[in-house]
Design a protein around this ligand. Structure first.
Ligand code: F58
Length: 831
């Protein structure tokens, strides 16, 4: 017998059971994987077994593309976009991979022939909740676009064992339950123990001279942790490009648990192992200022050190000199969480590769770029010096040296302006000394961008003003985008089908083509089909609401939806005050004409953010009263949809009529949910904040419900001494709404429960809820009138989708490539 020597790397040389795309090939593959990966025959297989068998069959079909992609990148002199992010909220994988491989229909048929329902298997999948919200989801949309546009890219992050908590509602309160996304294993990842790096922590440094007599520093760490690569394939939409999301998992360094460390101390060794593994154990669910979170700083350093070491190794494998690093890689920092990359790349080049400071700095700056995602001063990351020094003594020294050289430059440019020097410094000197991560990221990067036009403008006027004056050419805007594959093709198949017919296939990768819908927006026949799709999606959501909350909602009602993290600046409580006002009107005048409205809320509150949790409690309190009051007669319904995540989002956006984007102007950097709603034909009620500004520009003022103070006016009102109580005094409806809350009407007579919320609104109201209330309520009247004319509403809905093209993440990624990354597409061939 001769064994065929395989040197092939083409898909044709793999067994068709791993690659075939027909119904029959898929059916056989699933049976094969059921037996060989799950040790089950069909008669005793559970949903879990079927899900895993199908997932492995789909993954098999991605692998040849994955290997070819890696080989293509390795063989060619190309530049790779490296997206560093502490969060990737990638969502369920099965459905998206089926769509991108274009085998959804065959898989459905194959599973049906095996007696299985594909939808039930899709529903079974747990999503990796490795992110808090918009920032993590943006990273996932960008990976999708990078692969779809055939751009060489890698995502680097952390493989948290526990992602964002699951939210359950008990007695109206949020309760956090640990997320166990890995409990059934993860069929989408390949763990690569052979791809590992070591990361140092603690200890001290020793300065000396090297063999050539040059000054050098040695870091003697207190301990080291091993980072192991866990790779997830990211297949583009109907292309061969399959990029990698590399998430690092922390492990103990073997030497600790076996040799020197643990002789006779077995339990001590195990403890060390546990400590090391703790590093990637849990995602921080915080939306609040960081205070003394040692583990979080350790995670950030772990992420950047693993990723940069990996890139240096890749460069080595390619045989390229270190000076070529910026030609081979551009490293995008997704907010300040990975901004230690500035210090770490310097350390690796200086201490480990022996480069000079000047060479190292040139490489670092040319390679890194930074995206800012917030203007809230309290959300700007800083780390106290004692913590920083004890955990990362060598990176801190490097930061000090960067700062020294940087401030020298500043002093030369602005002689005598010590106030400016203090503002620009990487170290905050007042009070406890702290490292300012946004300053570090800005100084170490060649490009800095905001995530919507307004945000980028405000960034230059506020938090990074001095930097923008110093280096105006570094500042850019790249307005966020979302992937139409997951958020239409996958989650709104009815709409996708209608779009295929109306504008022709191809819109999913060229969203500007939706413009041709404009011509159909007034067509009665098309309108009817449009409404039918929406109605179908609303029925599906109503069913889900019933399952999750036990509540019945009417699919004919206007679905008015606000889903996003719960935060005071996002003003869910403004929405609630409007609902209370509508309710109060009906209570006093039950015969009043009122079209049915169903208000849906969804979103998690940071576990320690009491006011946000109280807002959730208020929504549920209002729901309990409004939904059961006979005077309302079912015309108003309030639903809090528990555990808003990517999976639930996919059922929610397609069913929305009205999208609530009501943040205080100047506070929401961009928003991306606003784009997903628009793309699915929802109309927006919103302030001139974040990307709302551009949404309104695209869709036209007539097709957008605008209200509220502008960012400028917000600033002015606050500067002039805002008196929220005066607004309540001047507006009887607002006063009554607040009185109902304070009087225990929504808390079964408990007057204490919502006191902190009402007092905060009346005394401080930092986000100008009361100042915007009247205009919001008036604007909602315009919504009501528009809804009353279904032909008009449908036209506006169609125009919203038609004009959403700008908000594709493909457009955003192309802009990053052109303005910042200088990365070009690379065709991947298979077979
Ligand atoms: C969000 N930030 C912005 N941060 O709030 C939103 O306007 C923007 O559209 C989005 O980024 C994408 O640019 C955001 O989601 C976080 O989740 C942080 C994660 C780390 C802890 C603090 C919150």
């Amino acid at each position: 017998m001769t064994i065929k020597q395989s040197t092939s790397n083409t898909i044709r040389d793999l067994d068709p059971i791993r690659t075939g795309l027909s119904v029959e090939a898929l059916r056989r593959a699933v049976l094969d994987n059921l037996a060989c990966m799950q040790a089950r025959y069909p008669n005793i297989a559970t949903t879990y077994n079927w899900y895993m068998a199908l997932a492995f069959s789909v993954r098999d079909r991605m692998l040849a593309r994955w290997v070819s992609t890696v080989e293509t990148y390795a063989a060619r002199d190309i530049k790779v976009a490296c997206y560093l992010s502490a969060e990737f909220l990638i969502g369920p994988q099965l459905g998206n991979n089926l769509v991108n491989l274009d085998i959804e229909a065959s898989a459905r048929e194959a599973m049906r022939s095996l007696g299985q329902d594909l939808d039930a298997l899709l529903e079974f999948e747990e999503e990796p909740g490795l992110g808090n919200g918009g920032l993590g989801r943006l990273a996932a949309c960008y990976l999708d676009s990078l692969a779809t546009l055939e751009l060489p890219a890698v995502g680097y992050g952390i493989r948290y064992e526990f992602g964002i908590f699951d939210q359950v509602i008990r007695d109206g309160w949020q309760v956090e339950v640990t997320d166990k996304w890995l409990q059934h294993g993860n069929p989408w990842e390949i763990v690569r123990p052979e791809v590992s790096v070591y990361v140092s922590f603690g200890g001290h440094t020793e300065a000396g001279t090297d063999a050539q007599g040059r000054y050098c520093v040695r870091w003697i760490p207190a301990y080291r942790v091993k980072g192991v690569a866990c790779d997830t394939p990211v297949l583009g939409y109907r292309v061969n490009t399959c990029n990698t999301l590399r998430l690092w998992k922390s492990e103990a360094v073997e030497s600790f648990d076996l040799e020197d460390f643990n002789v006779g101390d077995y339990y001590g060794a195990v403890e060390q192992k546990v400590t090391s593994e703790t590093l990637s154990k849990v995602l921080y669910p915080n939306d609040e200022p960081e205070v003394g979170k040692r583990l979080r700083l350790a995670q950030q350093y772990f992420l950047v050190s693993c990723s940069l070491q990996d890139l240096l190794q890749l460069l080595n494998i390619k045989g390229a000199p270190i000076s070529r690093f910026p030609d081979g890689f551009v490293v995008q920092l997704n907010d300040t969480h990975p901004s230690l990359a500035v210090a770490e790349l310097m350390r690796l080049l200086l201490d480990e590769r022996g480069l000079s400071w000047e060479e190292s700095w040139d490489i670092t700056q040319r390679s890194l770029a930074y995206t800012n995602h917030t203007l809230l001063p309290e959300a700007l990351e800083t780390w106290g010096l004692p913590l920083f020094r004890s955990l990362l003594p060598r990176p801190l020294e490097i930061i000090y040296e960067i700062n020294r050289r940087f401030l020298d430059q500043v002093r030369q440019r602005y002689p005598g302006d010590e106030a400016r020097v203090a503002r620009l410094s990487l170290i905050e000197e007042t009070g406890e000394k702290r490292v300012r991560m946004a300053n570090l990221a800005t100084v170490g990067s060649h490009a800095v961008n905001g995530v919507a036009a307004l945000h980028s403008t405000l960034l230059k006027q506020t938090v990074l003003r001095d930097f923008a004056e110093l280096w105006p050419e570094r500042f850019q805007n790249v307005t966020n985008g979302v992937t139409p594959r997951r958020f239409v093709v996958l989650s709104n198949p009815g709409l996708a089908h209608l779009l295929d017919e109306a504008v022709g296939v191809g819109w999913a990768t060229d969203l500007s083509r939706l413009r041709s819908l404009e011509a159909l927006s007034g067509d009665p026949e098309f309108q009817k089909r449009w409404r039918r799709v929406k109605r179908h999606n609303k029925e599906a959501l109503a069913l889900r609401v019933r399952e999750r909350t036990g509540m019945r909602v009417d699919p004919d009602a206007l679905f008015d939806i606000q889903v996003k993290r719960i935060h005071e600046y996002k003003r869910q409580h403004l929405n609630v005050l409007h609902i209370i006002t509508l309710y109060d009107r009906l209570r006093h005048d039950p015969l009043r004409a009122a079209a049915a409205r169903c208000f849906v809320f969804g979103g998690k509150a940071a576990p320690g953010y009491h006011m946000a949790k109280l807002i959730i409690r208020l929504i549920n309190g209002v729901a309990e009263v409004v939904n059961n009051d006979p005077a309302v007669g079912g015309r108003l319904k309030v639903v809090f949809f528990p555990n808003f995540n990517v999976k639930n989002a996919q059922a929610i956006y397609p069913a929305a009529d009205l999208s609530e984007q009501i943040s205080t102007a100047g506070k929401e950097a961009s928003g991306t949910g606003n784009m997903k709603f628009m793309l699915n034909g929802a109309l927006t009620i919103g302030t001139l904040d974040g990307a709302n500004v551009e949404i309104r520009e695209e869709v036209g003022a007539d097709n957008f419900f605008l209200f509220g103070l502008t960012a400028e006016a917000v600033e002015r009102v606050q500067r002039e001494g805002y008196q929220p109580a005066a607004y309540a005094d001047a507006n009887p409806e607002l006063r009554r709404a607040l009185d109902l809350v304070a009087g225990g009407h929504f808390s079964r007579g408990d007057r204490e429960m919502f006191r902190p919320l009402v007092e905060s609104l009346l005394r401080r109201d930092p986000f100008l809820v009361l100042a915007d209330y009247a205009d919001y309520v008036a604007c909602q009247e315009r919504v009501r009138a528009a809804w009353g004319d279904q032909e008009r509403w449908t036209r506006m809905s169609i125009l919203n989708a038609a004009r959403a093209g700008k908000f594709s993440s493909d457009r955003a990624i192309r802009e990053y490539c052109e303005k910042i990354w200088k990365v070009s597409p690379v065709r991947v061939a298979i077979g």
